[in-house]
Design a protein around this ligand. Structure first.
Ligand code: GAP
Length: 508
């Protein structure tokens, strides 16, 4: 068996499966696609919805201290001035004047090629699993090309943001391999601008939100005034965010339109914010494991003090081992009272709560777990994917592709399969079961082709269980079906009430 980590070109396999089985399509594909935008197909939309619903149930319904909201995507432009996004939501952009390619300076690396202590040129490479190796290989190639004798020093990898004005003209563009065409980095604001109303002028400019979080801060007073929340409490939201990413990449990992699931947890300014931050870190990791992500693929990255966002006291990212490397999945930030103070200042409206203990008004502080649904989707897909050698009914070895998705999030929970399509007794019983199941669960009815083929089809779609209505069902007492488990492929007989009990226990 080869699992996610062992499959060569896993990303290619995932992109191909996603397209072939209707999980994800490139957006506007008939027009050549649009970089950084994706559509979710029939299976994908179910998987994504299940991830989102699990988060909402666990974060909002099953807790007493968190309420949900849904705010508008386009908000008053002052929101983004107050939040700091107009001035500071930028990435360092580098242009290649020859190829017209654009790079993020913090994802572009370079090194001096030093032979016998003397710099003889520069090499560059884009961020990858093996940036240092690529730069070293490029340095060796440059030495050969220039036919320079002597000892080549190991390369020292540097970010393009660190390049001096003298070095920039000497660093080759990754697109052309030649120096002289890269510009110095400049701040590029990632918010998508639009105009609200019929007039297109500076007064009508607004933005597609780059995060859902500001909705929670801007509606803080409304929630406090209209509900009975008391500190500590949280406001959660799931919704689309938009960022004009310079280099969207790795499929849905970094896109320009994506979905966020964010929660702002408001605490008393004197509360132990560090302990609260730790609690949320644990909650988020446990939750990821509860929807089937392997704990072995998760790790933590503490942002160094000097790289913290201006509003953050501490940020820790939960990282995931994606096929293209270990990358951020979920950011948990301690945002202090920065946002509420800013909105208080810009709107003139007090953003306070009454503290019973001290009989004083306080501006709460915030712990914020913020995650992208699409990033979870990709993590789930990558870790669930496996290709295995299995034996068919005749004992011949064949390959099966299987998605070992947790029943909590699998797009289809059960496939109902009558053993034969043209035997009414079988199909009637199968249809009766299917009709009953689909009142509560996403189920499929499949009567097309050999039973083994139907099992494979469901394996690839991640369906945890197949139920076959066979001759024992209609001829023997007990009204039992064959339950076939996706992962073990084991089969056993089960009654209808046992099947409902199994679903009740596993799909929550
Ligand atoms: N409110 C804080 C905030 O938005 P962030 O680290 O910029 O923080 C939070 O984003 C999460 O949103 C990330 O951890 C990631 O899961 C997801 N995310 C951010 N940019 C994304 C993009 N371009 N494509 C897909 N997901 C993205």
């Amino acid at each position: 068996m080869s699992n996610a980590a062992e499959t060569p070109n896993l990303m290619e396999a995932l992109v191909s499966l996603a397209k072939r089985r209707g999980f994800i399509y490139p957006s506007s594909e008939i027009y050549g696609g649009l970089n950084g935008f994706f559509d979710y197909g029939p299976l994908g939309v179910e998987l994504k919805r299940n991830i989102r619903d699990c988060w909402w149930r666990d974060m909002v319904h099953r807790r007493d201290d968190i309420v949900g909201i849904e705010t508008s995507i386009i908000m008053h432009p002052k929101v983004w001035e107050a939040s700091g996004h107009v001035a500071g939501f930028t990435d360092p952009l580098v242009d290649c004047k020859v190829s017209k390619q654009r790079y993020r300076a913090d994802q572009l690396f370079f090194a001096a090629v030093v032979i016998d202590g003397k710099t003889v040129g520069y090499v560059s490479a884009l961020e990858s699993e093996n940036t240092a190796g690529e730069l070293q290989a490029a340095a060796e190639q440059l030495k050969r090309k220039k036919a320079i004798q002597g000892a080549l020093e190991p390369v020292k990898v540097r970010e393009f943001t660190e390049a001096t004005a003298d070095e920039i003209p000497l660093i080759p563009s990754p697109a052309t391999g030649e120096p002289g065409s890269l510009t110095p980095p400049r701040a590029f604001n990632m918010m998508f601008e639009t105009n609200v109303g019929a007039l297109k002028d500076a007064s009508s400019v607004s933005y597609l939100r780059p995060e859902t979080a500001q909705g929670m801060f801007v509606d803080f007073k409304n929630v406090v005034d209209t509900t009975r929340v008391k500190l500590p409490f949280g406001i959660a939201q799931i919704g689309k965010s938009f960022r004009n990413e310079i280099t969207p990449r790795n499929f849905i990992f970094r896109s320009r339109e994506f979905e966020q699931m964010e929660m702002e947890y408001f605490i008393h300014p004197d509360a132990d914010w560090l302990a609260c931050h730790e609690e949320w870190l644990k909650w988020c990791q446990d939750w990821l494991i509860s929807i089937g992500l392997p704990a072995s693929h998760l790790s933590l990255h503490e942002h160094p003090k000097e790289k913290l966002a201006f509003y953050s006291r501490r940020t820790v990212d939960i990282m995931f081992k994606y096929p293209f490397g270990v990358q951020e999945l979920w950011g948990i930030a301690a945002r202090s009272d920065y946002d509420l103070q800013q909105h208080q200042k810009f709107s003139g409206v007090p953003h306070v709560m009454f503290d019973e203990a001290t009989k004083a008004k306080v501006v709460p502080h915030v712990i914020e777990p913020a995650v992208g649904t699409d990033r979870i989707f990709l993590a789930v897909l990558a870790s669930a994917y496996a290709v295995e050698d299995v034996k068919d009914e005749k004992g011949n070895v064949e390959q099966r592709t299987v998605l070992r998705l947790s029943p909590r999030i699998a797009p289809t929970k059960v496939a109902v399969l009558p053993l034969l399509k043209n035997k009414e007794q079988l199909t009637n019983r199968a249809k009766a079961l299917y009709t009953k199941l689909k009142k509560r669960y996403a189920v499929q009815y499949d009567d097309g082709g050999a039973i083994g083929k139907r099992y494979r089809r469901q394996d690839e779609a991640g369906t945890p269980w197949c139920v076959t209505i066979d001759f024992d069902t209609i001829e023997k007492p007990g009204d039992t079906f064959t339950l076939r488990e996706r992962d073990s492929m084991a089969q056993r007989r089960i009654t209808e009430s046992e099947l409902f009990a199994l679903l009740e226990e596993q799909v929550y």
